[in-house]
Design a protein around this ligand. Structure first.
Ligand code: ADP
Ligand code: 5GP
Length: 211
């Protein structure tokens, strides 16, 4: 696949602030393509089908898995989540930067297929802060919070499989760091072509653009 957009994957344990960071990033970078995942979990208050997730029944999700329509999929806390493949590949081919916000299992699956992507691991300042953030989010029972905390420890061990690590302490600092990584990725030399016989008035290099 000839790809000109950047694939940015934001991942990390549950409650580290991935969703919050991506929401804030969207204010700064509305030009990016934010992949909408499919899930079998029911919508939470305020969530809109097709915007926050594609809310699917288990049967439909299983059919999409069968037809190989996901770039990756994973079971996360008893629900299925998956990244629809076609919108992501089309956006990349059109030269758009694509952002995936997915769990650690999913990120590692995407990395095995697209090692050229940019993999960013979000970590909380401490486990105590992680717990208090999950509690204050108010979406999980104490039993689920304990499960998430236990899983977080195992997920943190994957830190070195990512290209970048961001400690989500002050939110705006974390968002700025993600944006800096995206900007740096756009300056990578493999994205540029040098003109052979450049006219003195013409640009010396040009960004690869999709055909
Ligand atoms: P994730 O998407 O990784 O599961 P969320 O984005 O839902 O995590 O964040 C979990 C909770 O932590 C939310 O209540 C969110 O408002 C809060 N949170 C996220 N980032 C910060 C931060 N930098 N400082 C304080 N609270 C934060
Ligand atoms: P929530 O149910 O709180 O929205 O999401 C639960 C977890 O699933 C989060 O860690 C989130 O990043 C992850 N997630 C959301 N979409 C996907 C996806 O398409 N694939 C994978 N593997 N994880 C996802």
């Amino acid at each position: 696949m000839s790809v000109t957009g950047s694939l940015i994957v934001i991942s990390g344990p549950s409650g580290t602030g991935k969703g919050t960071i991506c929401k804030s990033l969207f204010q700064r970078r509305p030009d990016m393509f934010y992949s909408v995942s499919a899930t079998t979990r029911p919508p939470r208050a305020g969530e809109v089908d097709g915007i926050h997730y594609h809310f699917l029944g288990k049967q439909l999700f299983a059919e999409m898995v069968e037809r190989d329509e996901f770039l990756e999929w994973a079971e996360v806390y008893d629900n299925m989540y998956g990244t629809p493949k076609i919108p992501v590949t089309e956006a990349l081919q059109k030269g758009r930067d694509v952002l995936l916000e997915i769990d650690v299992q999913g990120a590692l699956k995407v990395k095995s297929k697209a090692p050229w992507g940019v993999y960013i691991f979000i970590v909380p300042p401490s486990l105590q802060i992680l717990r208090s953030r999950i509690v204050s989010r108010g979406t999980d029972s104490m039993e689920v919070i304990d499960k998430r905390m236990a899983k977080a420890l195992g997920e943190l061990a994957h830190l070195h499989e990512y290209n970048y690590v961001i400690i989500n302490d002050v939110l705006e600092d974390a968002v700025s760091k993600v944006e800096s990584i995206i900007n740096a990725e756009k300056c990578r030399s493999h994205r540029y072509q040098l003109f052979g016989n450049a006219d003195v008035n013409q640009p010396l290099v040009t960004e690869n653009v999709p055909e």
